[in-house]
Write a protein that binds this ligand. Structure first.
Ligand code: FAQ
Length: 317
């Protein structure tokens, strides 16, 4: 019986029919999606922290407005994604508990500190740039609510990418010190950005199954390569140097070759030992506790509206 259902399920996926919340799905498909979507949601809300920290120090009102809008967008992305995970039967409180207790992962990139204003440029250009590269494929993910959430998220991420690039372009056209700030920022964010795509394909535990289920459409290494190929010409326009002596165009492959990622550093950060892991979780926990009154008020308001609706229905009847 289960085998038959699984065959029908795979046939649907192969025929590019979207899977919707009430459709039958293998338990492992549901669990994989809850894992990936919730980690993605956590990444969005933890990702607000390095930039949120710069809102009060933005160098002009224009920059401040753009940064506030960007950070607010990331909160919205978290919201869509937690909602998508809920359509699979996950409880939001459980997901947040997993984040706060360190059981759930979130993107390694957000465990690095944003130490200068140029980092706001590098995060937009590189981190959002890498996020878009990965997420455009997710707009075609086989699970309907996830795919649909990704469409809007990608549109917003492309604004984020441009605002970051423009910050760096301004710095690179500025004084020598400003250009150095941009270079220093690229030096610190380049390798962590390449790590965002996850382990090499040979080490990726979930890729084969996720690709068969069309959750992922491209492998970690394919996306990383596409990101490098797209980013090198952008660095040339900025006039700053990517910190990789092995980076060079390979005519035969039609792609840039690049150096080896420090995988020991990657796994160390993923396991919770990066420069900011502890601080990020503490900040998220504090934000959750401080926000309790907002959640309580929202529930009380929803209950009041329900009661009013019921009372006016009773009157009409
Ligand atoms: N960091 O078998 P795979 C953003 C884990 S959003 C930490 O290859 P998979 C927006 C992985 O979970 C950025 N852990 O895994 C923004 C697994 O562990 P598990 C986030 C990582 O799932 C911008 C293990 O390694 N984007 O930036 C990482 O098939 C600016 C084995 O890996 C998404 O989440 C990592 N980098 O492929 C916000 C997109 N990489 O779960 C603010 C959706 C891997 O078995 C400011 N996610 N791991 O314990 C995906 O596409 C996939 O989950 C991958 C990983 C590609 C991230």
């Amino acid at each position: 019986m289960i085998e038959k259902l699984e065959q029908q399920f795979q046939a649907k996926i192969d025929a590019e029919v979207k899977i919707e919340p009430k459709d039958w799905m293998p338990e492992k498909y549901r669990k994989t999606l809850i894992r990936q979507i919730s980690q993605h949601a956590h990444s969005e809300v933890v990702g607000m922290l390095p930039e949120g920290n710069w809102i009060t120090r933005a160098p002009s009102l224009r920059r401040k407005i753009a940064l506030v809008a960007k950070v607010q967008d990331e909160a919205g992305h978290g919201l869509y994604l937690y909602s998508a995970a809920e359509t699979l039967g996950a409880e939001r409180d459980d997901l947040l508990d997993q984040l706060h207790t360190g059981k759930a992962k979130y993107s390694s990139i957000f465990n690095y500190p944003a130490t200068t204003w140029a980092d706001m440029g590098a995060i937009g250009w590189l981190v959002d740039g890498a996020a878009i590269m990965n997420q455009v494929m997710l707009t075609r993910a086989s699970y309907g609510p996830y795919a649909r959430a990704m469409v809007r998220i990608c549109k917003e991420e492309s604004f984020h990418q441009r605002q970051g690039y423009e910050i760096l372009l301004t710095l690179c056209r500025g004084t020598e010190i400003q250009k150095q700030m941009a270079q220093d920022s690229l030096n610190r964010w380049w390798w962590p950005s390449l790590m965002m795509f996850g382990p090499n394909d040979a080490e990726s535990t979930h890729s084969a199954q996720s690709m068969a289920w069309k959750i992922k459409r491209k492998s970690n290494d394919e996306l990383r390569q596409a990101f490098v190929d797209a980013t090198v010409p952008q660095a040339k326009i900025l006039g700053i140097t990517i910190p990789d002596p092995d980076l060079k165009w390979n005519e035969e492959r039609g792609h840039y070759d690049f150096g080896e990622i420090d995988w020991a550093e990657f796994w160390n950060v993923v396991k919770g030992n990066g420069p900011c892991n502890r601080q990020r979780i503490e900040d998220r926990k504090k934000a959750y506790e401080k926000g309790a009154w907002v959640r309580d008020a929202a529930v009380a308001y929803a209950e009041k509206r329900e009661q009013r609706k019921a009372a006016s229905k009773a009157k009409v009847a």
